[in-house]
Structure formats: C-alpha cells, structure tokens
Ligand binder design. Structure first.
Ligand SMILES: N[C@@H](CCC[C@H](N)C(=O)O)C(=O)O
Length: 276
C-alpha cells in the first residue's frame, strides 16, 4: 500500500504527518515503529496523525518512535497548525484538539506559531509521580542508576522531569537518559529535560524523550523547563524566557498562575510516498 505523508519539523524535532481528516487510522503505533528508524525508513522522531474533530479545527494524535502515544506534543502542534494553514483548512487563528485538551494557536509570522499550552501541573498524582510522598516534587533528590540528581516533576499534558546542570553540552544522554525514562518514580515513564542557566531568563536545554530518545527539541519539555525554572526562581514569571535547544530557539512565557505560552517555528520539509 502507498502511504502519502508530509515531513515537518519544529526546531529539528521531526515527525511524519499523515492526513487522517477523512478518518483516524487504526495502525498508527505500528506505522510509527516502521517509519521512524533513520537510514532504514523515512526516519523521524515519530508519527503525527491530523484527524477530524467535532469541537476544534482538527485533532492531533501523536506517536513516539517506539509506537507509544503521548497526549501532547508542543513542536508537533505547531506543525499541525502550519499544515492546516498550508492546506487552507484553517486560518491565522485555530484550535486543535489533543488528548490533553483543546489548544488555541495564533500565527505570528511566516511559519511562526504561538500556542496557549494550558497550565503546568505540579500535583504528583497528575504528573504522575509515585512513591515520593504527597508533596510536589520540586528540586528533590532522587537516585538514577545509583547517582544523585535534583529533580522537579510536572505535567504539560505529558510527564516531565527537569534537572538543572552546570554544563548541559557535556552530558552523555544516551547513557543517562534511559535511567530517568524507566525510573520507578514515573509509572508512565517520563521526558527528562537537562537545563543550564545561560543568563537572565535564558536557558539552554537538552532532552531525553520518553519513547524516542534524545531529540533536537521538545516543545512541552521547553515549557516544563521554563515552568520549573520559574518555580526554582531561576527565571521570572510574566516575561519571555529564551530556550536554546540543539535544533533552535523557543520562547516561553509562564504566568503567575502557571499558564504557559509557547512561540516557535514550524516547517514543512517535503511531501513523500512510502510503500507500507
Ligand atoms: N517532542 C514532543 C513531545 C513528544 C511526546 C513525548 N515524547 C512523550 O512521550 O510525552 C514535544 O515537542 O512536546
């Protein structure tokens, strides 16, 4: 069977986008696993289906490279907006339904989208975090593969664990990342952001993503990092925070009541057809 797709990326976080507006497909996890391996197939961080919605302009369903589904994808939702805009399904303002709720997006320039991401949630049951007590996990010591780390855990619709480091570039994430992803404190596994304070309201971040490994960017991870940095008083609320990721820059604003706004690029790379 020939499958048409669009390859898009947001700050180098690249996914295969499928037009499912006529109806959601039932083999998306399998397609994500088959098409994501680099050099052996199309190659991507995962697969995103653009499906119909009763309550918004479209629905986004996102699948990591290992086929697991996530409720939310920050870079993916900007690309879905760009796809809907390019295909004239929606205009400069739109809503996209996700498993983490309906998100409002505004076009801010050529290929630039702003997303109202909703609230960062630190309540342990909502992350979810297990076995670390009833209080929010904020700058708490945990052991990962026998080594001590200070972590802050929160949800952006998907689970995140943020840790502040001295030198983010020197970390061997292939070695460190899986220990966080599979840590017993995170029963649904976790996306882990390693952040370094670069200056006032300026962070550098690398990420180990649940289900996909190290990626060049993570939108929800950037939001989680900015929220954790505000919680730890490393950055200020109600001001733009610049997040430098290996694949580019995202701008995040955290309000006093933890509502998060993300602004960043979304780019179509090519369209293609693959035999599946
Ligand atoms: N890269 C994404 C997040 C993708 C999902 C994540 N790996 C998860 O399983 O929660 C982003 O830009 O937010």
């Amino acid at each position: 069977m020939r499958l048409e797709f669009t390859k898009m990326h947001g700050c180098g976080n690249d996914y295969i986008y499928l037009d499912c507006l006529k109806g959601m497909i039932d083999n998306a996890p399998e397609l994500a696993r088959r098409l994501s391996p680099r050099r052996f197939s199309v190659g991507s961080d995962g697969l995103i289906c653009i499906a119909p919605s009763q309550v918004a302009d479209a629905t986004m369903r996102m699948f990591n490279a290992d086929g697991s589904e996530s409720a939310m994808c920050g870079n993916g939702i900007r690309c879905v907006a760009q796809w809907l805009y390019e295909h004239k399904v929606a205009g400069d303002e739109m809503t996209i339904e996700t498993l983490a709720g309906i998100k409002h997006l505004s076009r801010k320039g050529e290929g630039i989208w702003q997303v109202e991401m909703g609230a960062a949630e630190f309540e342990p049951a909502l992350v979810p975090v297990k076995g670390l007590g009833p209080d929010p996990v904020i700058n708490r010591a945990i052991a990962v593969d026998g080594l001590p780390w200070q972590v802050t855990a929160l949800s952006m619709g998907n689970p995140h664990c943020v840790t502040v480091v001295e030198d983010v570039q020197s970390l061997d994430l292939e070695r460190i990342g899986p220990g966080f992803e599979n840590h017993p404190a995170f029963p649904e596994h976790v996306n882990t952001e390693f952040i370094q304070v670069m200056g006032k309201n300026h962070l550098a971040m690398r990420v180990w993503e649940r289900g996909s490994g190290e990626t060049l960017a993570c939108g929800t991870g950037a939001c989680a990092s900015a929220a954790a940095a505000v919680m730890l008083r490393l950055c200020e609320p109600d001001t733009d925070i610049a997040l430098d990721l290996p694949g580019g820059r995202l701008t995040i604003r955290v309000s006093e009541d933890w509502q998060i706004r993300m602004t960043g690029p979304a780019k179509t790379v090519y369209t293609g057809v693959v035999e599946v």
